[in-house]
Design a protein around this ligand. Structure first.
Ligand code: SF4
Length: 168
């Protein structure tokens, strides 16, 4: 639901969605037109509905919910970020959730290309770190107009130091 979609939009339809389709089996046998209407506020509606039905059918056939990276990546429409998120959030595994937002934050603070090193060297609960990065990227280190002046880590941030250096 979150692919190319703001979290607020997905949050609005999620409760009704999960009530109507409480299991993979229920979703797999959904009426495509009804599902399409429910997903309409999220955009990309035809491809999204088709992927939902495909994934649900695979999950309904599987003996248990996929719990490894290769299994998850084998599902239709599931890429590395989605698979990592399921492993981290649903299965509690210490897997970095790296997407454009976490890359942006880490790249600004430490410079581009440092994301993998950042996660490797972080001596904290990776699940907590993933969630903190999601919120930090959404509320503070936003893609447009980051809140640098009130940001608590601006003394340690490369982007901010460069910003200050280039000020007239
Ligand atoms: S100082 Fe600005 S660029 Fe650096 S982490 Fe904070 S909000 Fe992001």
């Amino acid at each position: 639901m979150l692919r190319h979609t703001a979290r607020e939009q997905a949050a609005r339809i999620f409760p009704g969605f999960i009530e109507k389709y409480p299991s993979a089996g229920a979703l797999a046998s959904a009426d495509k037109q009804e599902l399409t209407e429910m997903l309409r506020p999220l955009g990309l509606v035809n491809s999204r509905a088709a992927i939902f039905l495909e994934v649900a059918a695979e999950l309904a056939r599987a003996p248990s919910f996929p719990s490894t990276l290769p299994e998850l990546l084998g599902l239709p429409g599931v890429g590395l970020y989605t698979a990592s998120t399921v492993l981290c959030i649903a299965f509690g595994q210490s897997v970095p959730m790296i997407d454009v937002n976490s890359e942006r934050v880490i790249g600004r603070v430490f410079g581009p290309g440092n994301t993998q090193d950042f996660f490797r060297s972080a001596n904290v609960d990776v699940r907590e770190l993933n969630l903190a990065l999601l919120d930090f990227a959404h509320y503070v280190c936003r893609a447009k107009k980051p809140l640098c002046e009130s940001c608590l880590i601006n003394p340690y941030c490369l982007f901010y130091r460069n910003l200050k250096r280039n000020e007239p």
